[in-house]
Design a protein around this ligand. Sequence first.
Ligand code: ADP
Ligand code: MG
Length: 256
Amino acid sequence: MNSCTDDILKAMADRLNLTYLRDHIEEIISETSICKMNSREILQFVFKKEIERREENRIRLGIMSAHFPRRCTLNSFDFDVQPSIDMAIIRELKTLSWVESGSNILFLGPPGVGKTHLAIGFGMTAIENGYSVLFRTAEALIKELLEAQAQCKLEQKLQKLSKVKVLIIDEFGYFPVTVEGAHLLFQLVNRRYESRSTIVTSNRPVRDWGLILGDSTAATAILDRLLHHSCVLTINGDSYRLMSARKEKLLEENDK
Ligand code: ADP
Ligand code: MG
């Protein structure tokens, strides 16, 4: 008589942290028997499911720790409406060779053209491919650094932020940065230089960044490191929201 019950199998799977097997034991037994799988096929089936579950968990955790303000993917970006974007560059960026080499991406352009969408989209692609990602607005990032400094925890904060493989700094240039903030930002950019990638989105051209940073020495040093190995994508199109609104209005008028 076979004394190995489903509960015993579940407990063993749980001890080994084989969560798919633990949660689907009855289903696996019935499916593998209906399909008349041999022992090798059964092992392959179980391993495949377990690997898939781990992969899903890894991506889910990666997305959670990235703190994206919303979910966007590169697949949901309509490149046809932004003809100023060079598709050859996008194809190259999709290979993630820039992450491997610690290079940076700058998405520049007016509001609504999809800079944040693209930054999150590339962040998602990086997570799917096993890299750590963190999303911060420039304002929140600088506030975080200033707070860490005030609490004498700057070194820990810089170390933590320097480890992340892809740091997204969104909305750079919406608010002026204080001299102190610019110095802290420089320390972070300097530590990440040539080994960790940074994606920056900004509605201001690079030539204005000195004004935003309010301190020309720090501005030059930050720009020098960010731009040295970088891809600058300037999007010169219309706001996607405005385009969608116009389209809807036209459709409404057509319906009348
Ligand atoms: P920006 O950061 O340049 O101000 P966003 O990335 O926030 O613009 O885009 C504004 C909104 O329009 C978002 O909801 C975004 O998903 C959407 N969007 C912008 N461009 C596109 C596009 N080309 N295809 C699909 N959605 C887009
Ligand atoms: Mg934005």
